[in-house]
Design a protein around this ligand. Structure first.
Ligand SMILES: Cc1cc2nc3c(=O)[nH]c(=O)nc-3n(C[C@H](O)[C@H](O)[C@H](O)COP(=O)(O)OP(=O)(O)OC[C@H]3O[C@@H](n4cnc5c(N)ncnc54)[C@H](O)[C@@H]3O)c2cc1C
Length: 669
């Protein structure tokens, strides 16, 4: 990496010129950097807004899952079988599914080699269990903080390899050049947080042949979110330069606690806690689920099942299914404006004809599970203590004692299956830009639990393979780089100056703007979607963006990164709402992890008003046969395109042919 300086608009800006810039420091980004280095590309650097920020480092669950090919004992699995299971989730390209399956073992053993403590038996078999949408028992886990352990192992390797890290450097713009009429990424503009102060922004330029984008999911666009607070996402960076998103409508939503953002899945539900709600001031306590279930047995069984049916799924609503609970919590909190809680101190209560709680009243599957786990104690907290003490501990480490009080809950955004489109080497439609990890939208409508982490590792490895093989070489000269990017850099500097100009008067406008867009997204673009309101809300989102571009103010240059982030989030939520609008306009109905209100459909349960009626998207419907792509064009419009779903490619593994192609360098292309 060579470093120089340039003077632009009265600022002296450092320019780092290198082969590949990796943006972000989550599990996917770090693996890209480590894998590039392993393949001989040493002219690289990682730039991140927060080295210990992001989802991988800060999120987990009661047993955080990593999905991989079954590798232990007599397991009869194959990459093709795994690809078929990924593909069956719907709206996922078959070639990508095959790559994720083929690359699974290598990516997994890479982590094992780096020291991630995935459990194995005496003979070296990596035991696994069944997760959701997983017919093959492919899931493994290193505990509640699997992804944090992955980051720690990869970060240690990064240090061993002495790969340069620019911490506290949020990227605020990607830079492109025209190449034969198409766009190619050639670098990025970042802010140096520690040196930006007063009215002086400290910008930093990166002049790179390639950019690997590992900025994670669009967490910051939701008010109700179980993403860690340090993760906000930066999709706006790529939308701004015309990168195409796909399957943006497909995210996962589920029950989580608010005081400390944590998924209430697995044992938290299997111990059957009590759900109740109160008014805003804590009065008028009610066990609001009772009136929508026929009896205590059905209610307690639905709560138990929520443990391994965690993401909201409209297919699991009917017949008092576990996802009915998510609808009722949403109705209680968002529609009625009350507060909902989980209480581990007491069993659900009923009385009268509804019946009181008893472990003899729950379904046989639930009863047998609790029996086998030795968890037939008389209260939820005792059962949790027996089945999963670390689940209590993790709350205690955040100052919350589950034995002492209830947990406030909401239906929260957790993961985006969609994201930016990439080919089989994870390169986007913008040449040399490689979205990896959650920012890459490789998944479809449903995905097996744990496949996000597999996808992040395989995708970043494949991006590194491609870059090392095809996109080596030197970046542009400083003058060529500036000739191509000068206008855009000046535009960003001028935006920064405009944001600082109002200084003190501007305090708080960013916070208010974020609250507005987050509430819009959680109310209209999360797990309950309404064709009647979506157009209006998308319109409001674009109007807010136009307003913010003119008037957003920050207190000083030290807050500029937040200002740029607010604009990024506003753009991102507008594009996401636009995608949902298009999906609904094409007649798209409920699927994945969201419910589309439809007066012609069925009620979730008797007694709920007609406004809650919905129908499931039929397997043969238009939206299930295509993948929606969306991008911002040169004129600022947001066209969508529905593309055919590519099938899983046929087997090509005839050794002599593969060897010939391999020797003649016809594989990576
Ligand atoms: C509660 C919860 C539980 C989960 N459980 C599972 C599970 O069991 N199994 C599973 O497979 N998946 C799970 N997931 C999803 C999975 O953890 C994430 O998809 C994955 O960790 C994302 O990794 P990543 O590397 O793509 O991004 P992240 O780990 O989110 O990293 C993004 C990085 O980009 C940086 N960044 C962002 N914007 C910028 C910018 N402008 N400039 C510089 N840096 C930037 C951030 O600081 C961060 O370092 C879970 C998610 C949550 C929230």
């Amino acid at each position: 990496m060579k470093t120089g300086r340039v003077a632009i608009e009265g600022l002296r800006i450092p320019v780092h010129s290198l082969n590949t810039l990796v943006v972000g420091s989550g599990a996917a980004a770090l693996n890209a950097a480590v894998s590039l280095h392993d393949r001989g590309q040493r002219d690289i650097a990682v730039v991140t807004e927060d080295f210990e920020g992001g989802t991988s480092f800060n999120a987990g669950s009661d047993k955080q899952t990593y999905y991989k090919l079954s590798l232990a004992g007599g397991a009869t699995d194959s990459p093709r079988a795994m690809a078929e299971d990924l593909f069956r989730g719907g709206c996922m390209h078959g070639d990508i599914a095959l790559c994720e399956a083929q690359g699974s073992a290598a990516a997994f053993y890479h982590l094992v080699g780096l020291g991630v403590p995935f459990p194995h038996d005496r003979w070296g078999g990596y035991a696994s269990y069944k997760t959701d949408h997983d017919p093959h028992q492919r899931a493994t886990s290193a505990g509640p903080l699997t992804s944090r352990m992955m980051v720690q192992a990869l970060a240690a390797e990064l240090r061993r390899k002495r790969i340069r890290v620019f911490g506290g450097h949020p990227v605020v713009g990607l830079l492109t050049a025209d190449e034969g009429g198409a766009k190619r990424v050639i670098g990025a503009l970042a802010l140096d947080r520690n040196r930006s102060r007063g009215k002086q922004p400290a910008f930093v330029l990166f002049n790179a042949v390639n950019v690997v984008l590992g900025t994670g999911g669009p967490a910051g666009i939701y008010a109700a979110s179980v993403y860690p607070e340090s993760q906000t996402g930066s999709h706006g960076l790529a939308f701004e330069i015309g990168a195409a998103g796909q399957n943006l409508t497909e995210s996962q939503f589920g029950l989580a606690s608010l005081a400390f953002r944590w998924n209430l899945s697995g044992t938290y539900q299997q111990v059957i806690p009590r759900y109740f709600s109160t008014d805003r001031n804590g009065g008028d306590e009610r066990e609001f689920l009772n009136e929508h279930f026929p009896d205590m047995g059905r209610l307690a069984t639905a709560i138990f099942l929520k443990g391994y049916q965690w993401p909201f799924d409209p297919r699991k609503v009917a017949d008092h299914g576990s996802s009915l609970i998510d609808i009722l919590v949403y109705r209680e909190t968002v529609v009625k404006g009350r507060r909902a809680y989980l209480d581990f101190r007491r069993n659900p209560s009923g009385g009268g004809t509804f019946g009181d709680f008893s472990l003899d009243r729950i379904g046989p599957e639930a009863r047998s599970y609790l029996e086998k786990s030795g968890a037939l104690q008389s209260t939820p907290i005792e059962r949790l203590r027996k089945m999963n003490p670390p689940a209590i501990e993790i709350y205690r480490s955040h100052g919350i004692d589950l034995a002492a009080g209830p947990l406030e809950i909401a239906i929260c955004a957790q993961h985006n299956n969609g994201g930016f489109k990439g080919g089989i080497w994870w390169e986007s439609n913008i040449a040399h830009l490689f979205p990896v990890g959650e920012v890459n939208g490789s998944h479809g409508v449903y995905r097996p639990g744990g496949s996000a982490l597999n996808s992040g590792q395989v995708g970043s490895l494949r991006a590194a393979q491609y870059i090392a093989a095809r996109y080596g070489g030197k970046p542009l000269s400083k003058s060529e780089f500036l000739a191509a990017t000068g206008d855009r850099i000046r535009e960003k500097i001028s935006l920064a100056r405009q944001m600082i100009a109002g200084a003190a008067a501007g305090a708080g406008t960013g916070k208010k703007a974020r609250r507005e867009l987050r509430e819009r997204m959680s109310r209209y673009g999360a797990h309950i979607r309404d064709p009647k309101t979506i157009g209006r809300e998308a319109g409001k989102a674009w109007a807010q963006l136009a307003r913010l571009k003119r008037s957003l103010q920050v207190k000083s240059a030290a807050d500029l990164a937040e200002g740029f982030k607010t604009l990024d989030l506003c753009l991102t939520h507008a594009v996401y709402l636009e995608a949902i609008k298009e999906y609904l306009a094409k007649g798209g109905a409920s699927r994945g992890s969201y419910l589309v209100l439809d007066p012609a459909g069925a009620l979730p349960c008797p007694g709920l008003g007609g406004e809650w009626a919905f129908a499931l998207a039929a397997p043969e419907s238009f939206v299930n046969k295509k993948i929606m792509e969306i991008a911002i064009d040169e004129k600022g419009r947001v066209p969508t395109e529905w593309v055919d779903i590519r099938p899983i490619p046929p087997d090509e593994a005839w050794f002599e042919t593969v060897w010939d192609d391999f020797r003649n360098d016809r594989i990576i292309r």
